[in-house]
Design a protein around this ligand. Sequence first.
Ligand code: ZN
Length: 96
Amino acid sequence: MNDVLGECLSPHVAAMRRDCGRLQWHLRCSGRRRVRVVAWTCPCLATVYELCASGGRAFIRRTVQAEPVPMICETAWGPPREAWEIWASLLTGRVR
Ligand SMILES: [Zn+2]
């Protein structure tokens, strides 16, 4: 993490709190559907989270950068407002 040097432009997820909730992660289901990534965490960490929107709905995508292929999971699609709430909880370590 290069945060101390000020090189990271995107947020990092906070450490999990003790009462951290668990999100339901599903294997990637958006497939090749076009989604808009509206927020993302810093790619300097192995796990990158993205808030994606498509057709009036939104979800969180989790990518674990690994060789030979990244592991991609997603939360269930839902109203954007819910997705933003999950996003805020994710960044502050309240869910993972
Ligand atoms: Zn970073």
